[in-house]
Design a protein around this ligand. Structure first.
Ligand code: C2E
Ligand code: CA
Ligand code: CA
Ligand code: CA
Length: 279
C-alpha cells in the first residue's frame, strides 16, 4: 500500500510538473508571438435560419508557434489575460476582423455582421471605447455591422467603468451580445440591466437537444424570454440537422456550428456561398 501511495504521489507530481512547465513555455512564447506573426484570425459563419442565409461570422483567434505547435484559445487566452498580451492581441483581432468584413462586403450584397470577442481584461484598458470607435470610423463599416461578444465574467465585477463602456458602445450603435448564455449566474438580471441586442445560447444546451425534454424546454424558455426583451438569439454549437430543425421549430433566429461550417481562414470565408449547403 505504501508503494502504491508513492506511485500515486509521483504520478501527480509528474502531471503537475508537466502542466507547470507547459504553462511556463506558453508564457515565454506568447511574448513577441504577435510581432512574429504567429497569430491568425479565423471566421465561423452565423446563419439566419429562417432565410438560410449567412448573416455574419464570429472572429476566433488561432495561434501556431514553432516550439509548441498549435495552441487552443481555451489554453492561451487566460495566459494572454494574465500577462497583459490580451490588450495588443485584442486590437489585432479587431483590425483583422474589420478588413475581413470589408472584403466580404465588396464581394456580396447581403448584410453581414462580424462578431468579436472581448475579454473582461480589455475593459480595464481606458482606451478601449475610443480605440473601437476610431477603428470603425477609419473603415468603410458602420458600428451596426460589428457585434461585441461579452460573457457574464465581464459584468460580474459590477464596476462602473464597464457599465459606462457598454453604454457608450451601445449608444455608438454597436451590437452587444451575451456569450455562453446559461453557463453562469444571474443571467436574467444582466439581460434586463445591460444593453444587450443578442443572446448566444451556450452549446452545452444545444448538444442536449436530442437527449431530453428538460433542456428543450429550457431553450424554448430562453428564446421566449429574449424575444420578449427584444433580443435576438444565436444558438451556438449546432452540429446536427435534428438540432437545427428543433431550433427552427421554436423560432430561434440564428445558428452557428460545425453543421454549417468550422472556423476557417479569411480566404475560405470569402469563398463561402451566402446560401449555405448544409453537410
Ligand atoms: P466562444 O467565444 O464560445 O467560441 C465558440 C467556440 O466553439 C470556438 O472555439 C468554436 O471553434 C467552437 N465551436 C463552434 N461551433 C462548434 C460546434 O458545432 N461544436 C463544437 N464542439 N464546438 C464548436 P475556439 O475557437 O477554440 O475558441 C474557444 C474560446 O476562446 C472562445 O469561446 C472564446 O471564449 C475564446 N476566444 C477565441 N478567440 C478569441 C478572441 O479573439 N478574443 C477573446 N477574448 N477570446 C477568444
Ligand atoms: Ca464568442
Ligand atoms: Ca460562446
Ligand atoms: Ca466559451
Amino acid at each position: 500500500a505504501k508503494e502504491q501511495g508513492r506511485n500515486t504521489y509521483s504520478y501527480f507530481t509528474d502531471k503537475m510538473n508537466k502542466e507547470v512547465s507547459r504553462r511556463l513555455a506558453i508564457e515565454e512564447q506568447i511574448h513577441g508571438a504577435l510581432e512574429r506573426g504567429e497569430f491568425t484570425v479565423y471566421y465561423q459563419t452565423q446563419v439566419d435560419i429562417n432565410h438560410n442565409l449567412i448573416m455574419g461570422a464570429e472572429a476566433l483567434l488561432r495561434w501556431s508557434n514553432p516550439a509548441l505547435g498549435k495552441i487552443s484559445p481555451d489554453e492561451f487566452i487566460p495566459i494572454a489575460e494574465q500577462t497583459g498580451v490580451i490588450i495588443p492581441l485584442g486590437k489585432f483581432v479587431f483590425q483583422q476582423a474589420i478588413v475581413a468584413t470589408s472584403l466580404w462586403k465588396k464581394k456580396h450584397a447581403s448584410p453581414f455582421r462580424i462578431a468579436i470577442n472581448l475579454s473582461p481584461c480589455q475593459f480595464r484598458d481606458p482606451d478601449l471605447v475610443s480605440f473601437i470607435i476610431d477603428e470603425v470610423n477609419q473603415s468603410e463599416l458602420s458600428a451596426k455591422e460589428i457585434e461585441l461578444e461579452i460573457t457574464e465574467g465581464v459584468l460580474l465585477s459590477g464596476h462602473d467603468y464597464i457599465t459606462e463602456a457598454l453604454g457608450s458602445l451601445s449608444q455608438a450603435g454597436f451590437s452587444i451580445a451575451m456569450d455562453d448564455f446559461g453557463t453562469g449566474y444571474s443571467s436574467l438580471n444582466y439581460l434586463r440591466t445591460y444593453p444587450f441586442n443578442v443572446l448566444k445560447i451556450d452549446r452545452t444546451f444545444i448538444n442536449d437537444i436530442e437527449k431530453g425534454t428538460a433542456n428543450k424546454e429550457l431553450i424554448l424558455a430562453m428564446i421566449a424570454m429574449a424575444h420578449a426583451l427584444g433580443i435576438r438569439v444565436v444558438a451556438e454549437g449546432v452540429e446536427t440537422a435534428a438540432q437545427l430543425d428543433y431550433l427552427k421549430h421554436i423560432n430561434c433566429d440564428y445558428a452557428q456550428g460545425f453543421f454549417f461550417s468550422e472556423p476557417d481562414s479569411v480566404v475560405k470565408l470569402l469563398l463561402s456561398n451566402p446560401q449555405p449547403q448544409c453537410n
